[in-house]
Design a protein around this ligand. Structure first.
Ligand code: HEC
Ligand code: HEC
Length: 354
């Protein structure tokens, strides 16, 4: 029943709403249009859900990589100190400042990149030791790492920075593959990732064909530093984002938030050369020392309790970067636009009641 006032102000009550033949026709056409829209949406969603990773990214190639000693050595360095493969695919100890990896878990996977931290769902890095990847071909590994499609064809979410890895020199990725083949096999099955709606559908639009580059000469500090920074995906944490899209004009300006389980919030630092709010006053020497202090045996790993300042910046892995490579990253960082952005790195969202 539907009550309204007519133009004289007396209430009119409609109890029955007769449809004229013309209205019936309009209604029928509207229903048909609606049905067509529903069918079209279902078809698009169905396509995105099932066909897209395959449509954007070609089948895995049938390359066979030679696992030379040089490649394994280079891969070990990159996977542990630069590309953070081992750091992400291991269990980290959040009770210690810098959340170092727990020894003996290298590559076994299963750490949780949770919705609470700020991800659109719960994502678990899978086991990447030979116990899990033994039956993967080199081509399947290359495709997963650089294009974001798993062996069975399902799309991976770019928590793993495959869009960055896809911009590297193929040779470096071959080295990483050669190295992860040598990891100690650990039997472990990580839970399957659970992206939430609508990312569980959109995820299929994310894998992209790799755009490999040529590694710049080591002596050319700025381009070489940019290359390393891309591989290390510093920008994934240091550029603030909205719904997964980097904010314009905020490249490396910090402020991306991580909600920690104890009710505190951690924000990445501004690493642009801004003098007031970034690292514009840092000398090269100081920059390098900030990384290197974590490999100093005098720097004891210290426990951090609930509500104490802790960080997800993988200091204990980056500390193994060669001094030359840190120099190159510093040189590149000096060339990016300075952005004035004051970041409060750590805050308690739920301060204890007075
Ligand atoms: C920031 C964390 C992170 C980094 C760094 C990272 N990964 Fe991953 N990786 C993940 C996550 C999370 C997934 C699963 C994504 C999903 O389920 O959508 C994954 C998936 C994979 C897969 C697919 C496995 C499968 O069973 O489908 C492989 C292989 C892999 N990573 C290898 C590597 C290698 C090699 C590197 C370094 C070059 C690397 N990862 C760096 C987090 C990371
Ligand atoms: C997993 C996310 C993550 C990644 C990846 C990451 N950072 Fe950070 N970084 C942080 C957070 C969070 C902080 C703030 C807390 C702290 O100081 O540890 C930080 C702090 C820093 C600081 C200290 C700045 C200051 O003002 O004290 C520097 C320098 C830095 N990062 C550089 C880098 C570089 C260079 C890379 C890539 C090689 C990188 N970060 C990759 C999260 C990350």
């Amino acid at each position: 029943m539907n009550t309204e006032r007519n133009f004289r102000g007396t209430p009119t009550v409609h109890t029955y709403f007769p449809l004229t033949p013309c209205m019936k026709k309009v209604l029928k056409i509207t229903l048909i249009i609606l049905a067509v829209i529903v069918v079209a949406i279902t078809a698009v969603v169905g396509y995105v859900k099932t066909a897209l990773p395959g449509a954007n990214v070609a089948d895995a190639s049938d390359i066979k990589i030679e696992y030379t000693a040089e490649r394994i050595e280079r891969g070990k360095y990159l996977a542990n100190a630069v590309a953070m493969c081992i750091d992400c695919h291991s269990i980290r100890d959040l009770s210690v400042f810098g959340a170092p990896m727990i020894a003996g878990t290298e590559g076994k996977g299963g750490e949780k990149f949770s919705k609470e931290l700020g991800f659109p769902g719960d994502f678990y890095p899978p086991n990447i030791t030979p116990a899990a990847l033994g039956n993967w071909t080199d081509g399947e590994l290359l495709r997963a790492i650089t294009e974001g499609v798993s062996k069975d064809g399902h799309a991976l979410f770019p928590v793993m920075p495959y869009l960055s890895f896809g911009q590297m020199d193929k040779e470096d990725i071959y080295s990483i593959i050669a190295y992860i083949r040598t990891l100690k096999p650990i039997e472990n099955t990580a839970p399957p990732s659970e992206p939430e709606f609508p990312v569980n559908i959109l995820i299929n639009t994310m894998p992209q064909p790799a755009k490999f580059s040529t590694i710049p000469p080591k002596e050319e500090l700025v381009p070489y530093g940019k290359y390393l920074l891309t591989m290390a995906a510093c920008s994934d944490c240091h550029t603030p984002m909205d719904k997964g899209k980097p904010l314009e004009g905020k490249y490396l300006a910090g402020g991306l938030e991580f909600n920690l389980p104890d009710g505190t919030v951690l924000r990445s630092a501004n690493i642009t050369p801004d003098k007031q709010t970034g690292i514009g006053n840092w000398t090269e020497e100081y920059f390098i020392s900030r990384f290197k202090m974590y490999s100093d045996s005098a720097y004891v790993q210290h426990k951090v309790g609930p509500k104490e300042f802790k960080t997800l910046m993988p200091w204990f892995s980056y500390t193994n970067m060669e001094t030359h490579d840190l120099k190159a990253i510093y040189a590149y960082l000096q060339t990016v636009p300075a952005v004035n952005n004051q970041v409060i790195k750590f805050e308690d969202r739920e301060p204890a009641a007075e």
